[in-house]
Design a protein around this ligand. Sequence first.
Ligand code: 5GP
Length: 307
Amino acid sequence: MNYTGDAPRRAMPEVDRQAASRAAVAARQARAVVKQRLRSGELSPIRAMSNAQQAGTPEASLRVTEFLQTFPAIGETKTVRLLDELGISPRKRLGGLGVLQRERLEQFVRDRVGATGAGQTPALTVLAGPTAVGKGTVAAYVREHFPAISHSISVTTRPPRPGEIDGVHYYFTDDEGFDRLLAADELLEWATVHNTHRYGTPRGPVRDAAQRGEHMLLEIDLQGARQVRASMPDARLVFLAPPSWEELVRRLIGRGTETEDERARRLDTAKVELAAADEFDEVIINDEIPLAAARLVELILAPKGVA
Ligand code: 5GP
């Protein structure tokens, strides 16, 4: 702002300064209460946004950054990305949003917690994570011990391994078969994994399970998880992480059969894959398989935003 030409600004009298500072402290405390109520689920984010329309409410002066960080699994890095996607400056307060910004933020909130604001249980949960973290083992444990959860059976161009049964572990097909599924738009997501074979999730069973009110688990790679996020924002994305970097290295190269180059390449890939954890709604540490599986099932069955 340009003050040129204005009357010289007088210093604020001491008593006014004290009153202003008391008011600022009170406002900060009121915002802290709002954040606490948002975190506990007592105040729905949609209601908070609607309160913010009223000038003078603590919600109106809450920064969008702080608002977003009351959601589970939204940290600083994710907030920066979200604000960028929503076209909102990090300094903006909830009460100071433009109409379009408010609409975009509200849409994001509805997608995340469900239209009621109270949270709905998503029909679909995606389990992804770095290579060698043990996704397949955790998913197999869930399949064996928690029969109420449905599992998607992927289509792949990889040949069956000994003991693998067509229609149970995968639907095995060739390149032409996979191309036909793609052309008919029958895959919800697909990816070429490890630069070799193609894998994809058939749409039909996912749709049918949702219609029957079942909870379905998809164990897929990161590229596939990103596609699901884009096409089904209501799906829950769970990242399976190793207990430590050293442990992942051990699981990745433990067999010691790879060349030095191959090992370096795998470790580079693992670093990139680990960095993707921030894109997910939830992170589970795969320390002990039964515990990781139980936590996963707990998440699958919980309303989104409150697990
Ligand atoms: P594998 O060949 O060892 O059974 O699986 C290799 C990788 O393919 C695993 O990381 C697994 O998560 C991924 N994968 C299996 N099915 C699918 C799928 O339908 N879509 C995607 N994107 N990845 C899959």
